[in-house]
Structure formats: C-alpha cells, structure tokens
Design a protein around this ligand. Sequence first.
Ligand code: EPU
Length: 347
Amino acid sequence: MVPILISDMYSNAMQTTSIYNTFGIPATADRYLVVSRETELTTLLSDPSFCQKPFLMLGGGSNMVFTHHFPGTVIHLENEGINLLDTSTSHDDLLVEAAAGEVWDDFVHHCIAQGWYGTENMVGIPGTVGAAPVQNIGAYGLEAKDIIHSVRAFEVGTGRERIFLNEECRFAYRNSIFKQELKDRYVVWSVTFRLHKTFQPNIRYQALADALATAGIATPTPQQLADTIAELRWRKLPRPEVMGSAGSFFKNPLVTSEKYHQLKSLYPDLVAYPAPDGYKLAAGWLIEHTGWKGRSMGRCGVYDKQALVLVNLGGCTGDEVVALAEAVTHDVQVKFGVTLEKEAIII
Ligand code: EPU
C-alpha cells in the first residue's frame, strides 16, 4: 500500500492505489488519502471538487468487502491523541476524548492502564476509534453507545464542526445516524467517552460469566476481565493476520416475539436474546443449522469455529464472498423464514 498524502491529491488524481482490508482482498481506488491534521480534513471537506466524487472513510478496513475498483477517494484518518477532559462531572465519571485515527484496541488497553474503566468488554475489536460510533461496535455485553458521551465530526461540503451528543447519534444495534440519515454527510474526527474511576466488572454476558467461573475468578481485576474476553474472542474469531475475514459477516436478526416462539417450538435449542420489540436470534446458530458451518464455495468459507464469520481461504475475491453470503442467506431464509442482513459493508 502506498498512501498518497493529502498534498498530492490533485497531482495524483488518476493514480490507483491498493486499499487495506482485513479480508485480504486485493482492492484499488482512484486515490487514497491519509489525513492526520484537522485543517487538512476541513480544507478537503469544503473543497467543491472533492464533494463531486464518491469518497469512502476507511478505519481499520475490518468491516469491508471490496468487489470492484472504488471510483473515488478513500480517506484514512491517522489523527492521534487520547486525552482526559474532565474529572468533575460527578464523583466517579471521567470524560476521555480519543482521536478517530487511534486503534480501538490500543485505546482500550490505554484506558485500563490509566485506571479509566468501562471499555474492557470491547477489548480486541479490530478497527479504529472513528468507526466505533458509526457502527456502534459491541461485544460481550457492551456496545459503544453505552459509553459514548459525544462525537465530534465535520460536515462534508462545508467542513463545519458539529458535536453530536449520545442521544443525537440514534444508536441502535450495529447502527447509528452516521450509517443512516447522515451517511456520507459527516466525518467523525474524535469521540468522547464517559468512563469511570471505579472498576465495576460487567459480566452479564453468559459465556463470559461461565469462562470466569471456570477459571475460578469470582471478582476479576480489569486486566483479568480483558484477558478472559480476549481469550474467548480469539477462540471463536480468526486473527486477521492469520486468516482474512470481516469479523461477524451478518447481524443477528431481530424478529417479532411471535416469530421467535414459532421457531422455538420447532427448534427448542434455538439461541436467542430478548430485544426491544421482539428477539435477537443468534445468526451463527441459524447458519450452523443449515449445515454451512465449515463449508466453502470457491475460495471463501464459513468459519468452522463461528458460523457468523466468512473467511478468506486464500486468494478469495469480493465476488466470491458475496456469492457465498447469498447462498447462506438463501438457505437460512428457506429453512427458518428469517432474512439475514449483512453487517459487513460491500463496496
Ligand atoms: N452459535 C452457534 N453456532 C455458531 C456460532 C454461534 O450455535 O457457529 C451460538 C453460540 O453457541 C452462542 C450464540 O450463538 O450461544 C452467540 O454466539 P457468540 O457468543 O459467539 O456471539 P454472536 O452473537 O455470534 C456477537 C457479535 C460479535 C461479538 C460476540 C460476542 C454480532 C453480529 N456479532 O456474535 O461481534 O464478538 O457477539 O459478544 O452481533 C463483530 O461484530 O464483528 C463481532 C465479532
């Protein structure tokens, strides 16, 4: 990958450069810009010629599947900084602002080391801080929305700053205003988290509670909690450096209570969680019970340890990923009458 710096953007308008993505799919775009200063971003976003062509914000490339050349500009933010803003909001709260370009997992470890608690359950998630509010990332009983205080972003077209308070972000399961109404309208520049001075382990996720019990840990330290989660995580998910994937390829589908009870009577071991307006079904369970787990089509496979994950078996293309995803979705639909929705973004 040869990133083109922002100062080269006009002179290299026709240059093609490959794009980093954890699926390991060869992909190119007209331009790839690395932006690390606020003034670079605001200049870019207020430039009318920039706004005429498509652009794509790329964090860690951990949730994207490229099926063709991207005919526009890929922007990768590399702004840095994790700063404690305010300790006085209440006796226990801390506001910590992190730059969008920071690596999410480094941010989690930094918080633990500083004694700023609340991020631990999301240890090990690939990607950057800037992607966290867009995607409302989550794992092991915690979602980004639970700890985000506000998001600082710049408007495409004007370069104007706007602060979005948590409730303005319209967070939902793997969703936010930045993926919906304001898609491609704002670029997230930093995120402020509400963390705590006192550590209170969140062990609501059953698999986590079970793992701690098995290890004989009744009251984990922050590091023990993070280590146990990382252990659980890597037991089920392929490490990007070993096998390409986009993490969970599908979302866990939300269904009505009626649909859930109908399925549960047919399949008593169906895994599901109560959700607002119904139930969230474990898509991994549904896929496994269509027989796809561990199977492949072309050079793309359904991971044998977690059926929610599609993996690159070596030299896989974006089209092969899409073909496998469609076959899996079709079979889940036919067998269970449930429509799977992709979590990964297909470009
Ligand atoms: N299951 C199966 N077969 C499978 C996979 C899962 O039966 O092949 C069952 C498991 O036995 C378990 C249930 O499904 O009872 C849930 O599985 P798991 O705990 O692995 O979680 P998940 O719902 O499949 C979600 C997130 C993950 C996150 C984990 C842990 C989504 C789309 N995925 O997966 O997030 O790490 O919970 O909290 O919500 C990601 O988004 O990239 C991601 C990895």
